[in-house]
Design a protein around this ligand. Structure first.
Ligand code: AMP
Length: 302
């Protein structure tokens, strides 16, 4: 069973208290697919410019990632620049240059049109909708990420795509903004009324909270002494989460809980080094060991 992702493939400039990089490979779909590929086969839909070299594409080689759907367009690849202070949950966006993304209209290769598991990374809700429309039949599992920009600027389009979404994966600020509720549990109830029946709230270094019909589950962020670069944590979390769910092929409470742990595991690796540096070297054995570490971290007796 494969997992379809649509989202950004980018070059990022990043500044953190641990250093600075002028141009490193990034993008939501890149982090997501690398993280998910440890658990399942991934089909990637996105766009890059003519500055994207075979060396950049090497990140996808030797992994279970199909890039037939990664279009190449004349012009420059999407560029994002951001700065973090000592609080990894707070970032300042310094630049967003859409470049080839500005005119991107996702086109699914025929082989992707039978996808049952889909992740719509943070892009224009109208483009997210067009991806779902190209799929034959109804996917079993659709998860979606979005951001304040779309919540404020295109609320009607976002609500429309949310009607077709099973799992919404956003951060706490976005949850509050979308629901106009400060309390996250009340916010979840509001969001269930729009469409998604599972809400995963990403809370940066504090971990993540899942609310669904079967109850609430919370997973901590892995305690790290040094967070070198928080970029991509959310998308790597989503990759671990969706990759695990897609590999398991069912949506029981036990499977969803394990998916939360694998999400947190992949997010924690992503932030250990700049860009994709750590994620590209991580091994299945390390993933397994960290998942066991989570078990020890959260177990107690009464
Ligand atoms: P995360 O830290 O998981 O929220 O994701 C960071 C990644 O998202 C970076 O690698 C950026 O290239 C990408 N990104 C930043 N802003 C946008 C945007 N407006 N649309 C799509 N991708 C973005």
């Amino acid at each position: 069973m494969s997992l379809l992702v649509v989202g950004s493939v980018a070059f990022d400039a990043i500044e953190t208290p641990f250093g600075k990089v002028e141009r490193t490979l990034g993008g939501a779909a890149t982090y997501f697919s690398v993280a998910a590929s440890f658990f399942t086969h991934v089909n990637l839909v996105g766009v890059v410019g003519d500055d994207f070299t075979p060396r950049d594409a090497a990140i996808f080689r030797g992994r279970r990632i199909d890039i037939t759907g990664l279009e190449r367009a004349p012009g420059k690849t999407f560029f994002w620049a951001g700065r973090y202070g000592h609080d990894p949950n707070e970032r300042v966006t310094l630049a967003t240059e859409l470049n080839v993304f500005a005119t991107f209209r996702p086109k699914l290769p025929e082989a992707y049109r039978h996808s049952k598991h889909v992740f719509l990374a943070n892009i224009d809700p109208t483009l997210q909708r067009s991806v779902l429309e190209q799929i034959h039949g109804t996917p079993r599992m659709v998860a979606l990420d979005t951001m304040n920009y779309w919540i404020e600027r295109t609320p009607a389009e976002l609500r429309e795509i949310l009607k077709h979404t099973h799992i919404l994966m956003i951060n706490d600020a976005e949850t509050r903004m979308l629901s106009s509720e400060h309390n996250l549990l009340r916010a979840a109830r509001h969001i269930f009324g729009i469409g998604p029946k599972t809400l995963v709230i990403k809370r940066g270094e504090y971990g993540a909270l899942m609310v669904h019909g079967g109850g609430i589950f919370s997973v901590p962020g892995f305690p790290l002494e040094e967070v070198h670069d928080p970029t991509g944590a959310g998308d790597s979390f989503a990759g671990g989460f969706m990759g695990y769910l897609s590999g398991a092929g069912k949506l029981t409470d036990a499977v969803l809980r394990r998916a939360m742990v694998y999400g947190s595991v992949m997010g924690s690796f992503a932030v250990e080094r700049f860009g994709l540096e750590r994620l590209r070297k991580v091994t299945p054995r390390e993933i397994d060991a960290r998942a066991r570490h989570f078990l020890r971290l959260t177990q107690f007796r009464l």
